[in-house]
Structure formats: structure tokens, C-alpha cells
Design a protein around this ligand. Structure first.
Ligand SMILES: Cc1cc2nc3c(=O)[nH]c(=O)nc-3n(C[C@H](O)[C@H](O)[C@H](O)COP(=O)(O)OP(=O)(O)OC[C@H]3O[C@@H](n4cnc5c(N)ncnc54)[C@H](O)[C@@H]3O)c2cc1C
Length: 535
């Protein structure tokens, strides 16, 4: 505890700060006489991938660190987002394997889905990862405060008791609230903590769009859907983005009658057209009913009224449940951050940060992960930004001669969309085709794919036309896409030319061999691959 030091920094910052910061500092000063005070090197707000990465990295580099988390340790990603969703998708993948197993000589004439075991598996995955995180916090002596963080000024954070749990109504497979755990004990009264630096890693939260009737019992967000104890007989999904498509794929495998609605003319606008058409085809083959070009006008009591854009016809669609996969907002209101002096780009809806350090316009405050950009974010970006922020705070050089890929918006950060089969992407598709070549490699001649009977899928590659050719972007649709994409990310990150890759050796028979074959194809040196062979 270093009260004198913290008071001194309050005075300095108050002189520089805005009126609001002054007011907040006054409030907290009044309170601080009755509350404890702490002094840390770094205060991290949020314990998701951005938060825990930056906290652990700072602690590894010798800093004293506090994390303030208002919800369960691990953030949205571990507790309510990618871990629960993907653990349920693991069950859906098995269902698909059962459907395909005839062709491998295994007959499973009938099977039964026991949803209570699927949800139990989900709960175990979440708990295990959360307890592993807790271990790391203890190992590095990181102090966890469970409470609502309010930034008072560039060095002070007020931790307030949690008034309302984010998912208070959710129960796990055993009927217990996920909050019934020793990891979750809210501070009882306001606690003021101070730090040399603050990292905001507070993520985003769902925001129900205006067209959804308030308190509608048949409309849920994706997390509420994943925690239901039963599979809805029919499910209407609003939004054909990443979450909408993943949920459509999952619940159609769980035999729900799925209707997917999107306002755009195709699914997955973030992906190349051919990839999104491939996803659309797979979803339809699995029984998903897809309506595109549809503006949702109203959602109430399981009824969705849509206006078809091309014909102006209005239709009503009915389902047992509606899951709304559109609408997200930053957990910290950007206006509030702006009043603190943090600059915001309203057009892009992002916090303005220094690309090389994740520092905001306030010298002591850094930001990383979902909160930086209020649109969709990936764990890979949150983790990378958390690392960058921690290294910058601890003055550790990123020590690389390829600085482009060590910036907050790393073009080589890969991502996977876990539909079945999966699709994945790395790099930015060039806006112009000048000096760009495009190639398509299909898996029909891939030896591993033939052995596994998994020849459906392709790799689309955008390369420079200059020699030596390099990848600009790669998108993949294949059962093994999630693993293969990582190698393309490494090739781009390490700035390897396509010719360099052809010199590498790959174990046989593996899906990663397809990378070498795709590269040989780009260079006109294929030994196994021919576009028309055996299609
Ligand atoms: C259903 C779903 C599935 C997803 N699947 C994937 C996937 O497969 N792969 C992938 O890469 N990404 C996936 N994502 C996205 C991924 O969850 C985010 O990219 C990731 O969570 C961002 O991490 P973060 O650290 O920025 O924020 P979060 O994980 O959201 O963590 C932020 C934390 O900050 C806390 N917080 C907010 N405000 C305060 C405050 N005032 N005081 C204290 N604490 C606060 C929140 O409670 C939260 O726990 C998925 C998202 C969802 C919703």
C-alpha cells in the first residue's frame, strides 16, 4: 500500500483531467477515507483472453497485478462464449461422424441424443479451464477483485460490489447456478485501487436490437440458448454471421428444425463468396431453412415478421424459440471513456490505440480485445493485443524484424468458424485484383483426405503476382480447416515465400501435406494435384 504516492498521482492527473474526471476523483476521495486502498503496478479490467493474457504476462515480467472482474473468471470467452459453444459443437461433430460411419464399415443403426450429457460435458470444459486460469493467477500472485470496475482517473479504479449477475437465471446441467463457486465472491463494499497503468480488457456484451419486444420470453441471446436444459423443437436464428451459422450448424445436428434469417444477400459477409456459398450449401444439406435479403421488423413470442427486400413481401415465421445473433455493444460506454479523455473513432466504432503498444490517448491506460472494436472480435486478436499491451507496459521489445505482424491488427491472425465442416481464414483479401493472383486447391487428390473419405473442401489463395510469390490471404473450407489454417498463418507471419514452403518436409499422410501441394500447384509444379483429376 502506498497511499502517499497514489494521492500525489491523483493531484497531478486531476490538474490535467476533464471536469468529469475531477468530479469522479472527488467522489472517490470522499469514499476512500472509509475504504481500503491498494497500490499495484498494473490494474487489468476484465479477465477474458485479453485480460488474463495481459495480466499473466505483466506478472511474469515482475509487475504486481490486480484483475477486476464483475463476472466469472475467464470472461465471456471461457464461461459464456467459445468454450461452451465449441464443447457442444464437439458433440455435433460426433453426430456427423455417426452419420458417415457406414462408409468406414461401422454400422450404428440407431443412436439417442442425451442432451443432459452434452451440457454436462460443456460444464466440465468450462470449469476445468476456469480452474486452470485460477491456478495461473495464484502462481503469479495476481490479485482478483470480483466487482464492477469504474475508472476514476488515469491511475485509480473503484471496484463496486456486483449488483446484478450477467446470467443470474442460467443453471448448469446439475441445476446449479454457475456462480455457486468459491471463485466468485463479490467485494462487499467499494474498494479503491490504484495502479501505474490500467489495461481495459472489458469485452463486449449482447444488445437486443430494437425489433425484439422487451422481456419477450421466447427470444434469447446465444448464451441463454446454450444454457437451456432442452433442445428447442424449432429454432429461428436471426443473423447469418459467425455465431448465427455456428448455432445453425450445431442445432441442426441436434435435430432442431432451424430457420436462419439474414438481411444480406449471403451468409458470412466476413468471408469470401465461395466460402459463404459452401457454408450455405452444407447448412441446407443438414436441413437448415435459410432466408436471405430479409429485414426483420418485429420479434415477439416466437413470431418473427420479416420484409423480403427484393419483393417487399411481408412474411411471418414461427418457431419455439428465437435466438438473436446480432447486436453487440462495448461493456464500457464509449462516451464515458471519451469523458475520461480516451479518444474514440466513432465512424469505425473503435477505441483509438497505438498499433504497436495498445496504448490509448491517455498515457497510462491501455486497451485490448473486444472492447477496442465493438464489432465481432476473435480470441486470437484479444490474446495478441493483451501480449502487446503487457510488453509495452513492461518495456519489453517485441524483438522481431517483421514488425508488421506484431501490431494490434495483425493481418496474420487466423480465425476459424466452427460450422461442420469448418471454415477458416487468415490475411486480408485484397480489395483490388491488381498484382494479385487467385488460386483454388481442392482436397479431392489429397492422400489423407482420400484415406479419411474427407475429400470435400477447398483452399482459396490470394498471392502476390511478383516473384517470389507470397500469400496475401488464404481461406479454407474443410473438416480439418481449424488445424490447417494455423500453418498458413505461420507462413504469412514468417514472411516465407511459396517457394520456401515447397522445400519443407511434411509427414505423410497428413492434411498439412495439402499445404505443400497447394504451394506446388501455385508454382505450376504439382506432383499429385490436378484440378480435374478424379472429381
Ligand atoms: C457464443 C460465442 C462464441 C464464440 N466463439 C469464438 C471462437 O470459437 N473463437 C474465437 O476466437 N472467438 C469466439 N468468440 C469471441 C470471443 O468470445 C471474444 O473474441 C473474446 O471473448 C474477447 O475477449 P476479451 O478479453 O476482449 O473479452 P471477454 O471475453 O468478453 O472478457 C471481458 C470481461 O470483462 C468483464 N467486464 C466488463 N466490464 C467490466 C467492468 N466494468 N468491471 C469488471 N469487469 C468487467 C466482463 O464481465 C468479461 O468477463 C465467441 C463469442 C461468443 C459470444
Amino acid at each position: 500500500m502506498d497511499t502517499a504516492k497514489s494521492r500525489e498521482s491523483v493531484t497531478t492527473d486531476r490538474e490535467q483531467g476533464s471536469q468529469l474526471v475531477n468530479d469522479l476523483a472527488e467522489v472517490s476521495r470522499g469514499k476512500s477515507e472509509h475504504t481500503e486502498q491498494y497500490q499495484f503496478d498494473v490494474i487489468v479490467i476484465g479477465s477474458g483472453p485479453g485480460g488474463y493474457t495481459s495480466a499473466i504476462r505483466c506478472a511474469q515480467l515482475g509487475k504486481s497485478v490486480a484483475i477486476v472482474e464483475r463476472d466469472l473468471l475467464g470472461g465471456h470467452a471461457v464461461n459464456w462464449g467459445c468454450v461452451p459453444l465449441n464443447s457442444m459443437i464437439a458433440s455435433a461433430r460426433l453426430i456427423r461422424s455417426i452419420h458417415e460411419c457406414d462408409r468406414y464399415g461401422i454400422r450404428i443403426p440407431s443412436y439417442r441424443i442425451d442432451f443432459s450429457y452434452i451440457t454436462r460435458h460443456r460444464d466440465e470444459a468450462v470449469k476445468k479451464i476456469r480452474s486452470q486460469l485460477k491456478h495461473f493467477l495464484e502462481k503469479y500472485h495476481i490479485q482478483l477483485y470480483t466487482g464492477n470496475a469504474c475508472i476514476v482517473n488515469p491511475h485509480h479504479v473503484l471496484v463496486k460490489p456486483v449488483q446484478k449477475r450477467t446470467y443470474a437465471t442460467i443453471h448448469d446441467a446439475n441445476g446449479q447456478s454457475p456462480y455457486e463457486t468459491s471463485d466468485y465472491t463479490s467485494v462487499r463494499a467499494d474498494v479503491e485501487i490504484s495502479g501505474n497503468n490500467i489495461i481495459i480488457a472489458a469485452g463486449v456484451e449482447y444488445e437486443l436490437p430494437h425489433f425484439v419486444e422487451k422481456n419477450d420470453r421466447k427470444s434469447v441471446d446465444p448464451t441463454e440458448l446454450l444454457w437451456r436444459r432442452t433442445i428447442p423443437e424449432s429454432l429461428i436464428i436471426i443473423g447469418g454471421g459467425v455465431l448465427g451459422c455456428e448455432i445453425a450448424s450445431l442445432y441442426s445436428h441436434l435435430r432442431s428444425n432451424v430457420i436462419l434469417i439474414d438481411k444480406n444477400s449471403r451468409l458470412l459477409k466476413c468471408m469470401d463468396e465461395q466460402v459463404s456459398f459452401a457454408v450455405e450449401k452444407c447448412l441446407k444439406a443438414n436441413g437448415v431453412n435459410i432466408t436471405l435479403n430479409a429485414n426483420v421488423e418485429r420479434v415477439s413470442n416466437g413470431e418473427v415478421i420479416i420484409q423480403l427486400r427484393q419483393t417487399d413481401i411481408q412474411r411471418t415465421i414461427r418457431g419455439a424459440l428465437v435466438v438473436v445473433c446480432v447486436g453487440r455493444k462495448p461493456t464500457f460506454d464509449y462516451k464515458y471513456l471519451e469523458q475520461l479523455g480516451i479518444r474514440i473513432d466513432h465512424e469505425q466504432s473503435t477505441i483509438i490505440i497505438d498499433e504497436k503498444t495498445c496504448q490509448t490517448s491517455i498515457r497510462t491506460i491501455y486497451a485490448c480485445g473486444g472492447i477496442v472494436s465493438s464489432c465481432w472480435s476473435w480470441v486470437s486478436c484479444a490474446v495478441r493485443q493483451g501480449h502487446i499491451a503487457a510488453n509495452a507496459i513492461c518495456c519489453v521489445s517485441e524483438n522481431t524484424n517483421n514488425s508488421k505482424f506484431h501490431m494490434a491488427t495483425n493481418p496474420a491472425a487466423p480465425f476459424v468458424i466452427n460450422v461442420i465442416p469448418a471454415v477458416a481464414s487468415v490475411g486480408k483479401i485484397p480489395k483490388s485484383t491488381d498484382n494479385v493472383l487467385i488460386y483454388m486447391y481442392k482436397f479431392h487428390t489429397d492422400r489423407r483426405a482420400i484415406i479419411d473419405s474427407q475429400t470435400w473442401g477447398f483452399v482459396k489463395m490470394w498471392t502476390t503476382s511478383d516473384e517470389p510469390k507470397r500469400f496475401l490471404a488464404v481461406q479454407l473450407a474443410h473438416e480439418a480447416a481449424a488445424e490447417i489454417i494455423q500453418y498458413y498463418s505461420m507462413i504469412i507471419s514468417l514472411n516465407l515465400s511459396i517457394r520456401d514452403v515447397c522445400f519443407l518436409s511434411f509427414a505423410h499422410p497428413t492434411y498439412t501435406e495439402s499445404i505443400k501441394e497447394a504451394c506446388e500447384y501455385v508454382l505450376g509444379q504439382s506432383m499429385n494435384y490436378d484440378e480435374n483429376l478424379g472429381l
